[in-house]
Design a protein around this ligand. Structure first.
Ligand code: PLP
Length: 373
């Protein structure tokens, strides 16, 4: 049987009764849209983060987009982020009408190089979007200082960092707002699409609640444009409530697998060869993905197919090199670290219910492939 980089079925099989009970609870409730399950999840997700407000939305992309709009971002503004991210971060910024502006990342942890921010700020800059990529946080201290100095909004993209800690603070509790995705693969994953925005600011939260509900606060009366229909689904919210209670144990499971990979592959790591993930100072990583690097990445992935192991690349193309973003005007070579990483990174299978014998198979196969290169 193929070992895939991600699979939800082992988890479903062990949690099926609870998942199906959640579905049944909603179906029996008589309230299928914006009912008690969404409200309950919002309360519990906010409480987990010790942040005042949470608004559930339909997916992570719209979490980023609506959060930016709630913070006042729109056409004519510039928003600084990274090209080394899941494309939806940038799709969402672009969707507000603002212009995405990129800084490069640090080779050692793949995260935003905050020393490049000052030079990227212009009079049009309105917001910064740090992406806590792969499961650990961007260096927030200099970023927050710069944002305060220039009066910029900070939106954390937490789609890959549920439960990650940065100098003891949870991802999502540091910026003006934070966007989460509950796409099934994520550290907290639904059985379909879902998303949420956290904010400590009451007005921002109020804007968000209108934005996800056609721009209405009261039924049938639009107060704010552009509005959207971007509600978190009641069924997904009820499933997420149960999974939120288990989130810390999911993270523990991910860390144990990461530790095993790092221990049992550590002797193969060498500069210019296999590079294992590193955790930057102050960070507690949640390993949304376990990303390694090798200059001969494509060959390695190809050879692992013979072992029935199917790996993934997060991400094969930097966003600024995609044809859909040509209009942003970044030539090849504009972000050298981002471009180099895109040619070398690949992800090993990672999900908390990945059986130990499969972890073993992956480790052994990778050792054999590397020895035979
Ligand atoms: C998954 C992801 C998103 C988008 O979330 P969806 O729920 O798939 O829309 C945004 N940003 C990052 C960094 C992601 O990983």
């Amino acid at each position: 049987m193929t070992i895939r980089v991600w699979d939800y079925l082992p988890e479903y099989h062990s949690e099926r009764d609870e998942v199906l009970a959640a579905v049944s609870k909603v179906f029996e409730s008589g309230q299928l849209v914006l009912g008690p399950s969404v409200a309950g999840f919002e309360r519990e997700f906010a409480a987990y983060h010790e942040v005042a407000h949470c608004t559930g939305v339909d997916n992570g992309t719209n979490a980023v987009k609506l959060a930016l709009q709630a913070l006042g971002v729109g056409p004519g503004d510039e928003v600084i982020t990274v090209s080394n991210t899941a494309a939806p971060t940038v799709v969402a910024i672009d969707g507000t009408g603002a212009k995405p502006v990129f800084v490069d990342v640090r080779e050692e942890d793949f995260l935003m190089d905050t020393t490049q921010l000052a030079a990227a700020i212009t009079p049009r800059t309105r917001a910064l979007v740090p992406v806590h990529l792969y499961g650990q946080c961007v260096d927030m201290t200099p970023l927050l200082a710069l944002a305060a100095e220039h009066g910029l909004a900070v939106l954390e993209d937490c789609a890959q960092a549920h439960g990650a800690l940065h100098h003891g603070r949870l991802a999502g509790s540091m910026g003006d707002a934070a966007a989460f995705s509950f796409y099934p693969t994520k550290v907290l994953g639904a059985y379909g699409d879902g998303g949420a925005v956290l904010t400590g600011d009451e007005q921002t939260d109020r804007n968000l609640r209108r934005l996800r509900y056609y721009g209405m606060e009261e039924r049938y009366f639009v107060e704010q444009t552009p509005g959207h229909n971007s509600r978190l689904d009641e069924v997904q919210a009820e499933i997420l409530r149960g999974k939120l209670r288990r989130m810390d144990s999911y993270i523990k499971g991910r860390r144990e697998i990461a530790q095993r990979y790092s221990e049992e592959l550590g002797d193969l790591a060498e500069p210019g060869g296999l590079v294992l993930p590193s955790v930057s100072p102050g960070n507690e990583h949640v390993y949304y993905v376990y990303v390694v690097r090798h200059p001969r990445r494509d060959e390695i992935i190809e050879r692992l197919r013979a072992y029935d192991i199917s790996l993934n690349i997060s991400y094969p193309w930097p966003v600024h090199t995609m044809t859909g973003f040509e209009h942003l005007g970044y030539p090849q070579g504009a972000l050298p670290v981002t471009e180099k990483l895109a040619g070398e990174v690949f992800s090993l299978p990672m999900y908390p219910s990945l059986p130990p014998d499969r972890q073993e198979t992956v480790i052994r196969a990778l050792r054999e492939v590397l020895a035979g290169l």
